[in-house]
Design a protein around this ligand. Structure first.
Ligand SMILES: Nc1ncnc2c1ncn2[C@@H]1O[C@H](COP(=O)(O)OP(=O)(O)OP(=O)(O)O)[C@@H](O)[C@H]1O
Ligand SMILES: [Mg+2]
Length: 401
């Protein structure tokens, strides 16, 4: 699959490697990114040397509890940090160009919207209450695609239809308050895709919506991603949503990515104690009559320097080293790594606690329910092949007799 290469009017600010990307090529690569905020004379480090790579055509989910830095990290890919924040160090590369060196709104507009678009939790903040929905989509398309009024209007109508808004002609002329919450989020998504981005960042796009509408919006994002070949960075608290949406998962804790892997690897074979705790808090994994596993304690203060493993104080399995030295990443597979001393060969062999072992079985069940296949479990094709081979062997044996 090749993604489109477009000539937008704002392109000149960056020299991008425009060679077509095939699925699996890295599009966006954030390396050792540190993000700091000035707050009342103090410095808060929200993202602490976090790295992330997004590949063409994939859905990468970023999960982690509130305040772990998911939104701040994602906003840095679009130059949308609040005024008191900055990328203090590290690199954010998109198609070979360094984004963190971009300055000012004009330069950022060569990427934001046209290349990388973002959908937020609350569609009302993304829409101007004083302009019709159609005009807002049209203007976005005109700005980023350099289309004239008539062409951008046609494109906006097409986008409204594409995101499942019936009677697009009538809806075009309505104001945001005349739309329901779900419809508003569809309109925001329409404005985002009207600019033909290669990357769509969705930050809790369904949290503000009720459950049935949530499912529809998720389905919409999934189908748009499939049809348009976009890469999606999906930020959410909800691991149930992740199981349905993501190819890969990155788990964030206290401003760092602490584990990443294919969805099935994270669900069936999580290695970081924080990921265990996060999975254990999934409502789907609860057992009737048993209290939901809660992550005890609070994350460390981001105003202070964090020594060792940031999760140590809340981790009942923490080793002495966790309080002294920050763990590096250890590879579990070519696609799976976790930042925990538990994976160091020198770590004492430690049986996962009972709760975690019980949890694994439940995770497997919940994963299956969400359509996730256990790693190394035979596929339907492999099973069918096996059955065919056994049948052929039996037939041969009978013929030989
Ligand atoms: N403008 C700002 N000034 C100061 N601190 C900020 C600012 N914006 C974010 N932060 C801090 O950065 C940290 C990370 O925030 P972020 O919004 O990325 O968390 P999150 O993982 O997205 O959480 P949630 O799941 O609640 O959305 C938090 O401690 C937050 O208070
Ligand atoms: Mg957030």
């Amino acid at each position: 699959m090749s993604t489109t290469t477009k000539a937008g009017p704002l392109r000149h600010a960056l020299t991008l490697n425009e060679s077509a990307c095939v699925k699996g090529d890295t599009l966006l690569e954030a390396t050792d990114v540190v993000i700091r905020f000035n707050l009342r004379g103090k410095t808060l480090t929200a993202v602490r040397s976090a790295s992330l790579a997004l590949k063409a055509g994939e859905t990468l989910a970023v999960v982690g509890e509130s305040g772990s830095g998911k939104s701040v990290f994602a906003k840095s890919f679009l130059g949308m940090l609040d005024k008191n924040g900055r990328v203090a160090s590290g690199s954010i590369r998109y198609r070979g160009a360094e984004l963190s060196s971009l300055k000012g709104e004009r330069e950022w507009l060569s990427v934001r919207g046209s290349r990388i678009a973002m959908v937020f939790q609350d569609p009302m903040t993304a829409l101007n209450p004083l302009k019709t929905v159609g005009e807002q989509i049209r203007e976005a398309a005109a700005l980023h695609r350099g289309l004239d009024k008539e062409h951008s209007r046609l494109l906006a109508l097409d986008m409204l239809a594409r995101v499942g808004i019936g009677e697009p002609e009538r809806r075009y002329g309505q104001y945001p308050h005349e739309f329901s919450g779900g419809m508003r989020q569809r309109a925001v998504i329409a404005a985002a895709i009207a600019c033909g981005p290669e990357i769509l960042i969705c930050d809790e796009p369904t949290t503000a919506l009720d459950v049935t509408i949530q499912a529809q919006i998720l389905e919409l994002i999934k189908s748009l991603q499939r049809d348009l070949g976009m890469a999606v960075l999906f930020i959410t608290h909800d691991l149930g949503v992740v199981a349905k949406m993501a190819d890969r998962i990155a788990v964030m804790y206290a401003g760092q990515v602490v584990e990443e892997g294919l969805s099935a690897e994270i669900f069936y074979d999580p290695r970081h104690p924080y990921t265990w705790a996060l999975l254990a808090s999934l409502p789907q994994l609860g057992v009737k009559g048993e209290e939901l596993f809660a992550i005890k304690g609070t994350p460390p203060s981001l105003f202070k320097e964090i020594k060792g493993d940031a999760f140590a104080a809340r981790n009942p399995l923490a080793l002495k080293v966790d309080f002294e030295h920050e763990p590096p990443f250890f590879s579990v597979s070519p696609t799976h790594r976790a930042k925990t001393w538990l994976l160091d060969p020198r770590a004492p062999a430690q049986e996962a606690p009972d709760t975690v072992r019980r949890l694994r079985a439940r995770i497997a069940e919940a994963g299956k329910a969400a359509g996730l296949r256990e790693p190394n479990a035979p596929t339907a094709v492999a099973k069918a092949d096996g059955a065919k081979k056994r049948k052929a062997k039996k037939a041969k044996e009978q013929a030989d007799e």
